[in-house]
Design a protein around this ligand. Structure first.
Ligand code: IFM
Length: 476
């Protein structure tokens, strides 16, 4: 190695295949706020999901999930890819978790693959699956980070889908049994638990729009799956509470500021329907308000699946709720039910292309402020954590640097709005970025990159992006 190369290496923090350029990124810092403005106990973290990063899909006894099946079927994933290997977190977790620490964060939010723990969804427990998450948790704790577990991030065991999945009422019991196993296994070490990740997304996109696994376009299955997931959301919380002393239990909700295209009555009504679907569907039964049928009468069909005693059981008494926000939805009247593609004014008709992410989503920072206020107004909601926020933009890889100025800008703008809501009295106690590293973005494949860390999927080399370096500097 020549002197020049040695100096180059010295300017980089290197851990195996990981590169952390260590030049000062203070010039990125937004002078309008600092870490201290969020308070001394604020939690800063990253969120990930098992299927999106782990790979090792047939290793150590893992059973198949609906996403293995769905991604292996032709045409379901735009790029024809799947999560078989993904970012190979299963083998690289040790160094990957160190990246969270390197960004000066204090929380590692991750999800557990149900079919790694119970390959058939119920019954036999796979000890190697249990051991894997012990290793993840131990590494997290060793680095002084808090582990936050998501019990379910969309990867239902295929064996349970074969019996109807979430559309089968038995799924509530299957889920409780699984949560019982994991909360008993990890409850001594992990106190922070999220029952479901974005239930509206997995029932609407998976059972109504057919874009995500299991790929149904079926109203009846959607109503049934909605009720069973809402029941599981509350029942799962009770299981965790009974197994984990000192637990902090919540669930996470995808939410978007919903606005009518104009003040015309028909658009306002269409927006109210959309709000019932995208924002209110799971939080309202959890706080004892029942399903939001007033603005969208069709939702009354859910009650066909509600049995005596269920309404009380839907109430979850969460210790906190997780808000997950990316964009806003501008709604126009349509004869279709509130399905996004039919009722949404396309972002490209609203803003310039520089304000649209690789997902086709409008960058609308004020929206996170709006949803934080909207959710904080529900009775019984005390603590809020932003459990996901982030953006997919193309990265510019230049040698050992990855430039992602748009992502840095996105985070600064959204954080300013989170801070504004906090200063106005919303009890926001944490903010987790989506996501640690580039991963399998469901039906979009690997093209949209959301990570603070760049992954070269050919070599599995990790390189911290400018956005990761921005957090490192901001949180120092
Ligand atoms: O990648 C997803 C994640 O799994 C759930 N929330 C939204 C993210 C970006 O689409």
């Amino acid at each position: 190695m020549n002197r020049r190369d040695m100096m180059k290496l010295a300017a980089l923090g290197t851990t195996g295949s990981l590169l952390i350029p260590n030049q000062a990124y203070s010039f990125f810092l937004d002078p309008s706020f600092t870490k201290a403005d969020f308070g001394p106990n604020f939690k800063w973290g990253v969120a990930t999901a098992a299927y999106q990063i782990e790979g090792a899909y047939q290793e150590d006894g893992r059973g198949l999930s609906i996403w293995d099946t769905f991604s292996h079927q032709k045409k379901n994933i735009k790029t024809g890819e799947n999560g078989d290997v993904s970012a190979d977190f299963y083998h690289r977790y040790y160094d990957d978790i160190a990246l969270i620490k390197a960004m000066n964060m204090n929380v590692n939010r991750f999800s557990i693959s149900w079919s790694r723990i119970m390959p058939e969804g119920t019954g036999a427990v796979n000890q190697k699956g249990i051991d894997f998450y012990h290793k993840v948790i131990d590494r997290t704790l060793e680095l002084g980070l808090e582990p936050w577990i998501t019990c379910y991030h969309w990867d239902l065991p295929q064996a349970l889908q074969d019996k109807g999945g979430w559309a089968n009422r038995d799924c509530i019991g299957w889920f409780n049994d699984y949560v019982d196993v994991i909360s008993k296994a990890y409850g001594d070490k992990v106190k922070n638990w999220m029952v479901l990740n974005e239930p509206m997304a997995f029932v609407a996109v998976g059972y109504l729009m057919g874009i995500h696994a299991p790929g149904y376009r079926n109203f009846k299955k959607f109503y049934a799956a909605t009720h069973h997931a809402a029941m599981a959301q509350a029942e799962g919380a009770r299981v965790i509470r009974s197994n984990v002393s000192g637990s902090n239990v919540g669930s996470t909700f995808s939410c978007s500021a919903v606005m009518p295209k104009t003040n015309a009555d028909k658009h306002v009504k269409a927006a109210a329907k959309m709000d019932s679907l995208v924002n209110r569907l799971f939080i309202e039964p959890a706080v004892g308000k029942g399903y939001p049928v007033n603005d969208w009468k069709l939702l009354e069909n859910i009650y066909k699946y509600v049995q005596p005693g269920d309404e009380e059981k839907l109430v979850a008494n969460f210790d906190f709720i997780g808000i997950q926000n990316y964009t806003r939805i501008m709604v126009k009247h349509s004869l279709w039910p509130p399905i996004l593609w039919a009722n949404q004014v396309k972002p490209k008709n609203l803003v310039g292309p520089e304000d649209i992410t690789d997902m086709g989503w409008e960058v609308y920072p004020e929206g996170i402020h709006q949803v934080l206020k909207q959710f904080a107004a529900y009775p019984g909601i005390d603590k809020i954590i932003v459990t996901e926020n982030g953006a997919a933009f193309p990265d510019t890889v230049e040698g050992n640097s990855v430039h992602d100025a748009k992502r840095v800008d996105f985070y600064k703008k959204y954080l300013a709005q989170v801070l504004k809501a906090k200063q106005e009295g919303v009890n926001i106690q944490g903010y987790f970025c989506w996501t640690l590293m580039d991963n399998f973005e469901w039906a979009e494949g690997y093209k949209p990159r959301f990570g603070l860390v760049h992954v070269d999927f050919e070599t599995q080399k990790r390189t911290m992006k400018d956005s990761g370096l921005w957090f490192k500097e901001f949180l120092k």
